[in-house]
Design a protein around this ligand. Sequence first.
Ligand code: F0G
Length: 359
Amino acid sequence: FNCRKSTMWKYKEFMPVDPARIVTLEEGGTPFCKCDKLGEELGVELYVKVEGSNPTGSFKDRGMSVGITKAMELGVSTVGCASTGNTSASLAAYAARAGLRCVVLLPSGKVALGKLAQAMFHGAEVLSIRGNFDEALETVTALALEGKLYLLNSVNPFRLEGQKSIGFEIVDDLGWKSPDRIILPVGNAGNISAIWKGINEFHRAGFMEDLPMMTGIQAEGAAPIVRAIRENKKDIVPFENPETIATAIRIGAPVSALKAIRAINESGGFAETVTDEEILSAQKLLARTEGIGVEPASAASIAGLKKLVENGEVDKNEQVVCIVTGHLLKDPNTAIDACVKPVEIDADINELSRILSQG
Ligand code: F0G
């Protein structure tokens, strides 16, 4: 394996797979953008970790590289997952690269178009479930327990081993220092748990002194973890009918909820909800202030930051890293719906001049 650019495999010593036999599309090593304009507007020192720059356009590729490598080591022939979209897109691509059969279960009518196109185009067998993500995951888990397929949802610990590299890169990007806070969207809660694991591995290795406050953001209509933390409960009461425009995090019963609560509480972090309106306005703000295009779920981290600064929960001048988890084009319909239609004109210089002069 010959690595030209920096990828997550820079940290291969921390990954529990044989580095000589990695299934990779050169994932990780994503942009770490200092966002001075937006930071100033929000009153913090802001960095944005752009996970949409991964091979299939989301952070899932990190976990899938490790997960599929492990599947090959184990000699399985069929892999599968339930997904709100991105996991299925990533799994389909990595399974294609490895030559494995791939089955994905998606909640019918609730998967953004770009993700569905990816899963289908990479050759996965796509099953549309009459039900939500939680029901799809329950079904595919039962099948995996019967030995019919190798499950690559984030209940699979090897997925989390890959995703912890986001934590490694943030520390590395900052010159082997911890930021004050890491903010990210939370759905099935694998990512926040994975990043906290990675951060702790680097901390124990003596690579950094401090630890960041892990801050998870959920959509108001799908916020079982925020509710559990607010009510100081250890038993998670699922949201029976989760609903949000951010379909990626439309999840009522997160499988890694307890790990996420541990990450937030251990780190002295926080959990907050944001409305669909706040998500859409943060998505536009990030795109137009900094040129970073993200899907709605990803914008929850920016919306959350804005809310926490306004509430006084985040101190002014804190050094904050917001993780934006997926690319704008994953969900083209939501992006188009948020804009006014292009003006149609003739290919005529006079008409064009008239329009430009309107400012
Ligand atoms: N952001 C995006 C763009 C996602 O696709 C997901 C999860 C999350 C955030 C939340 O991460 O689940 O680790 O807390 N998407 C999964 C999927 C559920 O099936 O693609 P999490």
